[in-house]
Design a protein around this ligand. Structure first.
Ligand code: SF4
Length: 173
């Protein structure tokens, strides 16, 4: 019978016959939680809440050069009910706050929020009565991306950080 030697992690040698070789190269063992986290991290459905200049800067991110399709996060949904990643891009005024809150409530569970740009993160330089001083005053935020506006590379980095968070979270299903 055709056999092969395989070195185990402890340094020991294991002799494997053909059926064992086929099993080891075709079967993957993992935990359901890890598997669901891995699948969810590569199928993020963004809802774009763009309100100001950061939104214009963001337009290049899903396009060919930065290509968020590589991360499974490129296809924007036009209804919050089909989205699980809310991207808040730009200044949020007090008048917009209830709308943003309602959109977040309409999104499917589990859902994640990314605040993009200084205005979404903290109100930016708008220290006035009309501007929300950070969208985490209205809804929970998972990833904060600073900058005025942030470079596309920073947004890609934020998506990668969110993917890590999704993969390593306790999965609800
Ligand atoms: S952070 Fe800067 S670029 Fe972005 S919305 Fe605010 S003022 Fe505009």
């Amino acid at each position: 019978m055709f056999t092969e030697e395989k070195r185990l992690s402890g340094g020991k040698l294991k002799i494997m016959d053909k059926s064992e070789q086929e099993l080891s190269s075709n079967v993957v063992l993992t935990k359901l939680d890890k598997f669901i986290g891995w699948a969810r991290s590569y199928s993020l459905w963004p809802y774009i809440f763009g309100t100001a200049c950061c939104g214009v800067e963001f337009m290049s991110v899903p396009a060919a050069h930065y290509d968020t399709d590589r991360f499974g996060a490129a296809w924007p949904r036009y209804t919050p009910r089909q989205a699980d990643m809310l991207m808040i891009i730009g200044t949020i005024t007090n008048k917009q706050a209830p709308v943003l809150r309602r959109i977040w409530e309409q999104m499917a569970e589990p859902k994640w929020v990314v605040a993009i740009g200084a205005c979404a993160v903290s109100g930016g330089f708008y220290r006035n009565y009309a501007t929300v001083q950070g969208c985490d005053r209205i809804i929970p935020v998972d990833v904060y991306i600073p900058g005025c506006p942030p470079r596309p590379e920073m947004i890609v980095d934020g998506i990668i950080k969110l993917q890590e968070k999704v993969r390593n979270s306790k999965q609800v299903f």
